[in-house]
Design a protein around this ligand. Sequence first.
Ligand code: ARG
Length: 459
Amino acid sequence: TSNQMWGGRFAAGPDAIMEAINASIGFDKRMAEQDIAGSRAHAAMLAATGIVKSSDAEAMREGLLTVLSEIEGGTFEFSTALEDIHMNVEARLKEIVGPAAGRLHTGRSRNDQVATDFRLWVRDQLDAAEKGLEALMQALLGQAEAGADWVMPGFTHLQTAQPVTWGHHMMAYVEMFGRDLSRVRDARKRMNESPLGAAALAGTSFPIDRHMTAEALGFDRPMANSLDAVSARDFALEFLSVASISAMHLSRFAEELVIWSSAQFRFVTLSDRFSTGSSIMPQKKNPDAAELIRAKIGRIFGANVALMMVMKGLPLAYSKDMQEDKEQVFDAADNWMLALAAMEGMVRDMTANRPSLEAAAASGFSTATDLADWLVRELDLPFRDAHHVTGALVAMAEGKDCDLPDLTLADMQSVHAGITQAVFDVLGVHNSVSSRTSYGGTAPVQVRAQVARWKEVLG
Ligand code: ARG
């Protein structure tokens, strides 16, 4: 039998394969709540503008609430023959309220309907991401506050560079996730316009009130161009871009946790709650959550690229290609939220191994720059000469298989006669980090100031 929504023009129903390629109900049922909210706003507007009788609108309202409770209660029967969430809801509405349901689609198309539902769905996810990022930042602040003066190696090229503080390293991620948060808020502001009432593509001759439906759905305003309203998916792409950048930050941190929790580094111990064991090697405690964050992030990047590819060749206005937008966004959103929550849990639970951090901080000639700076400050050497002298001392220490503080004053003076005992004061890692008090530097006093600032920002 032909389709009940457009059967007038059709003599035959679709081939089974047509139905399989065409149907989106398998995934877009996730927008049921948004679809019903959109329909309720539309129905109320149709009554307020006199386009339908209030009694019909009231029947629609009650029927839509019944449909919603059936979906929430798990008794709703989704049908592939009805293609998508929009037609599933409308068909069920018709069963419940009869002919009045047929007036709901006045001045509306599935094109503006799907655009509306999807915007509402993405908006909810941006709100969830905001919460997830804030919770993760709070967890990082807790770590930073506890360890504002714990020393650890700072790396470049993953080679020991200069000592930094644990708090400083944690706060670096607070800055990154803070920018992610501001990108989330920007994206939400930009996408919060209503496509509803754009109809198929050209608007409608019915005297609809798009401002009314926009307001009812919490949008700031209706979109100003009906062609754009039904064609635009940049809100979804912006969501995926923001998610991708944030995911990249999560992945870098996950990679650090994998390295830090290894027996060779022993910088952190992850909690049992966020680790797994091995079925054969009894000693194993694996950082699976961090590894899975690192891996799942690839799906988010993939979704971003996939939707870019779907959209890049589409002429205005709607094309069915755009139905492929949802699975990408759903999957990316699910994995972003999961990664945020898993990272928050890991960070809250993890224990920094202070002795290991400090021992590592002192190894690898990490205070060589402090020594060179001392030569500049105390002996007035040009920095390039100081660099050279220090390099020679590092080579000497390497030859003796010891660290810089283990050299004797005589060793030092054999390279530069002006060096005095006072140089040993700057070779300690605590001295090194406390001296870096420049704004944004690693000194505990700077770290504590940044912790205080962020605590105020996050409330
Ligand atoms: N399921 C469709 C989608 O997700 C809804 C819009 C269909 N519109 C149309 N003209 N066929 O894009």
